[in-house]
Write a protein that binds this ligand. Structure first.
Ligand code: FES
Length: 572
């Protein structure tokens, strides 16, 4: 098989090492690679790279070796030559200070390894929260044909008759422990039940959100987002993705042909309809930036008025990813969304989204993917707020918030950073009431640094013991997609660069009006100007004088630009 849709070097001849003699470079390359035992026939085939993100530190990627084997089978059955190569792997719980700090490093690693090594297409195997965004950012910049194979969600866990899901129930049970409702022995026991198989978190957290958005974007095969990690169909879709990569290479279907502005609209529509993670907005803003455009947050918010939440999954609803899959998954959701989706958009399957929606499995009696006439929430899952506390925007996950708190005015209780919060939040001396508004600042892209998932500010212990389950919480941080509550995130610009969150003082009044999309600090402008004049930039973290941390602090953009590095965005 040849891959000659576009002129230029193919296979092993691509991107020769610079010795100043192309013939010698190719000769040397062939000589070295033959040490692996490959034949000339194998080396003359289209070369399909496969990212290996397996790591002993990453259980969400525990099935990667099996997926790689299946992808290779799909490539070889279709006449290609698979070449597996390693990239960084990031797991949420094994990344200090936070996985978001490393996402851009993984994106750069992925981009440069795709670019540096000779391949006609690449299969990107990822799953845990930051990995697929990083891979799509890298693939968008390298712009060679690419297809994503998510590792897939875990199966649910069980504990004393209760169905458990990572990590919505991790947080719920931890909250009960903090409130004195669970013993340490119970928590030890339950820690073995929350994540019972390999794969990504099985609620509609960030990993599931990104997988569904990626499928709707057209960068993964139909069904790829939701097949459980441990199911035989997951292996089969990996094989099919290997086969698809050969076709993408042959026809030179580059990511910019799939990831159009309209395709992003489709992905964001799906984000609203699944009640997905706020992180979906940040990551897709970063991917869009690699293609030369910004996400229009106002349009995204307007979209939320038209797009209902149709998928009944935790944390917004009741079910888990395996139930979503057996209800028909993303294809069935696309079908329910009807004209809200641009059905002309192309997928890496070679079909349009309209074709994929038409082929969706009809599952009688399922109630996980609702029709538009009977949604979970009539408005979309996410709202974009503006106001003098977030002139660059902030996000509220309406579908996981307490309705009674959506219009709320309260007294600010301010924490100056993660350490301050950890030191005081559980103190019996903390002056706090259930009607107050908790504010966490200096936890944004530069402030923490890396914008950790600290926006889920815990309910102060003394209030938790009184039975308080939710309060209005505001920060410049992110939040895990598995979390829930009336939580305003990504306040932009962040406090650490002089954003208005840095001007709030204990006792100030703050008003949240989700209906009007407003977030305001009720302090006179003259007083705010005086506070701004007296504001002192917080000190940089230890080690900031050199290395990746220095690069990060110098280059990371704000949440509305996806926290990518400024120099990685495509001018446009
Ligand atoms: Fe990896 Fe949740 S920790 S997806």
């Amino acid at each position: 098989m040849t891959n000659d849709a576009t002129p230029g070097p193919k296979g092993l001849r691509k991107g020769l090492t610079a010795y100043g003699d192309a013939g010698f470079s190719l000769f040397l390359r062939r000589a070295f690679i033959k040490a692996m035992g490959y034949s000339d026939d194998a080396l003359d085939r289209p070369i399909i790279g496969i990212t290996n993100t397996y790591s002993d530190f990453n259980p969400c990627h525990g099935n990667v070796p099996e997926l790689i084997a299946a992808v290779k089978r799909g490539i070889m059955l279709n006449g290609g030559m698979p070449m597996e190569f390693p990239t960084i792997s990031i797991h949420e719980s094994f990344a200090h200070p936070t996985s978001m700090f490393l996402r851009n490093l993984m994106a750069m690693d992925t981009e440069e390894m795709i670019r540096a090594q000779p391949m006609d297409a690449v299969v990107l195997i990822g799953g845990c929260d930051k990995t697929i965004p990083a891979q799509l950012m890298g693939a968008a910049s390298a712009n060679i044909p690419a297809i994503v194979v998510p590792t897939g969600p875990m199966l649910v866990g069980h504990y004393k008759g209760e169905v458990l899901g990572a990590c919505t129930d991790c947080r719920r049970l931890w909250g009960q422990f903090r409130a004195g409702e669970r013993t340490e022995a119970e928590m030890d026991e339950v820690s073995g039940r929350l994540a019972p198989t390999k794969g990504t978190c099985m609620v509609m957290g960030t990993a599931s959100t990104i997988a569904c958005m990626t499928e709707a974007l057209g960068m993964a095969l139909p069904g790829a987002a939701s097949i459980p990690a441990t199911h035989a169909d997951r292996i089969r879709i990996a094989e099919a993705s290997g086969a698809a990569a050969i076709r993408l290479a042959k026809d030179n279907v580059t990511p910019d042909r799939i990831m159009t502005r309209e395709a992003f609209r489709n992905a964001l529509t799906v984000l609203q309809a699944i009640g997905g993670s706020t992180n979906g907005v940040i990551h897709f803003a970063a991917i869009a930036g690699r293609l030369g455009f910004d996400l229009d947050l106002e349009a995204f918010d307007r979209m939320g008025l038209d797009v209902p939440v149709l998928v009944d999954l935790k944390p917004s609803g009741q079910h888990y990813m395996e139930h979503f899959h057996w209800a028909g998954g993303v294809p069935r959701l696309l079908r329910e969304l009807g004209e809200l989706i641009d059905t002309t958009q192309l997928s890496v399957s070679g079909h349009t989204l309209g074709h994929i929606a038409a082929q969706a499995e009809i599952v009688p009696g399922q109630d996980v993917i609702r029709p538009r006439a009977n949604p979970i929430h009539s408005g979309g899952g996410l709202a974009v707020l503006r106001g003098n506390l977030a002139p660059g925007g902030a996000l509220l996950k309406r579908s996981a918030a307490t309705p009674a708190l959506m219009q709320h005015e309260g007294r600010a209780v301010v924490f100056d950073g993660l350490e301050d919060m950890a030191a005081r939040i559980d103190s019996d001396d903390l002056d706090v009431a259930a009607s107050d508004v908790l504010v966490l600042r200096n936890a944004g892209p530069k402030g923490a640094p890396g914008m950790p998932e600290a926006g889920y500010i815990p309910i102060p212990r003394k209030l938790a013991r009184q039975g308080v389950k939710d309060m209005v919480r505001i920060s410049d941080a992110r939040m895990s997609g598995t979390a829930f509550g009336t939580i305003v995130l990504h306040a932009t610009p962040e406090a650490a660069i002089g954003g208005p969150l840095g001007l709030v003082r204990n006792g100030d009044r703050i008003r949240l009006d989700a209906q009007a999309r407003r977030l305001d600090l009720l302090v006179e402008e003259a007083e705010l100007a005086a506070r701004a004049a007296a504001w002192v930039k917080p000190p940089e973290p230890a080690g900031a004088e050199r290395g990746y941390l220095r690069l990060f602090l110098d280059q990371v953009t704000q949440a509305d630009q996806g926290c990518d590095f400024a120099f990685c965005r495509k001018p446009g």
